[in-house]
Design a protein around this ligand. Structure first.
Ligand code: HEC
Length: 282
């Protein structure tokens, strides 16, 4: 007969023996104070739920892994200071920087991926943007791709390709962006070329800021539209359905006029900046 006192003793002994059971076979083993070997601290922006965490439900834990909304008043990258084309609004005027991340490598597969995935121009079509784009295009692209985008730029014209005379200054034919193939290509094709160049063409990521690259692409689209007698402007785009005309409301800038709704021109200008920021960073 077992004495009363031995019952708790046997129970305790069994508990003790089973508590530190070794893992093996299909048994994971049991752990004493598991939070000593598994951290319940969470990694920021990384969902690593651990069932033994003690300070929240799984849903709460998940919420910690999701990116947060930026703090009110956050300025998107490249938007500190004055970014309008005419450098006229208040604020510190300097060219926005180009340090917006680009998640595509300089390889053929990645070029194809960029073309498939980058569809929208994050900036709406504005007259001011087109003017900036034209200026930059003339400086950086037109010398090869031609004032009209036909691939007959100054450097190539000198070579006189009509006579197959390759003795000119620039040895290869720059793309003729008025070809159907280019008109039908997504904006990613252009953006990727600006970032890395292609074959004999060098990249322009260090010369053109994020916004400037997109304004150059707007200008190229406007050249394509012009070649087909279509519209591509702040008010109308009949070239494609992707690029969005900003409409009358974005009418610019420097005259301190009142529009129909009674807002001051300056306020309007700020509004369009916010919009740019939103579009380009999500
Ligand atoms: C020094 C001459 C030169 C300059 C300047 C130049 N390019 Fe090019 N570009 C070329 C050549 C050459 C090709 C053809 C590359 C190939 O397909 O081998 C090309 C090809 C392209 C293509 C087609 C790429 C493709 O997917 O087939 C685009 C788009 C383009 N350039 C855009 C631009 C833009 C925008 C600029 C200005 C920021 C610019 N280029 C400046 C020479 C130039």
């Amino acid at each position: 007969m077992i004495k009363k006192i031995t019952v708790p003793f046997i129970f305790a002994a069994l508990l003790y023996l089973s508590a530190c059971q070794q893992p093996g076979g299909n048994v994971t083993g049991s752990e004493y104070m598991p939070d000593m070997s598994h951290s319940i601290a969470y990694e920021a922006n990384y969902y690593n739920y651990y069932y033994n965490n003690t300070w929240g439900t799984e849903d709460e834990y998940y919420a910690y892994a999701v990116p947060r909304e930026p703090v009110n008043g956050t300025i998107p990258r490249g938007y500190a200071g004055n970014t309008n084309a005419n450098n006229t609004s208040s604020g510190i005027g300097f060219t926005p920087n180009g340090s917006v991340p680009y998640y595509y490598e300089d390889t053929e597969e990645e070029r194809v991926r960029a073309i498939a995935e980058i569809i929208d121009n994050p900036y709406q079509i504005t007259d001011a943007g087109l003017a900036t784009g034209k200026e930059l295009y003339t400086i950086f692209c037109g010398i090869c791709h031609g004032e009209n985008g036909d691939g007959l730029g100054y450097l190539v014209r000198d070579a006189d390709p009509a006579k197959f005379d390759e003795g000119g200054k620039y040895p290869v034919q720059p793309a003729n962006m008025l070809l159907e193939e280019f008109i039908n290509s997504s904006n990613g094709r252009y953006y990727h070329s600006i970032m890395y160049g292609k074959n004999m063409m060098g990249g322009y990521s260090d010369k053109l800021s994020y916004e400037e690259r997109w304004q150059v692409i707007h200008h190229i689209r406007s050249l394509q539209a012009k070649s087909l007698s279509l519209a591509y402007s702040q008010l109308e785009n009949t070239l494609n359905t992707v690029d969005i005309p900003a409409g009358e409301m974005a009418v610019h800038i420097e005259e301190d006029h009142m529009d129909e709704a009674g807002h001051e021109g300056g306020d309007e200008d700020h509004g369009s900046h916010d919009e740019h920021g939103d579009n380009s960073h999500h």
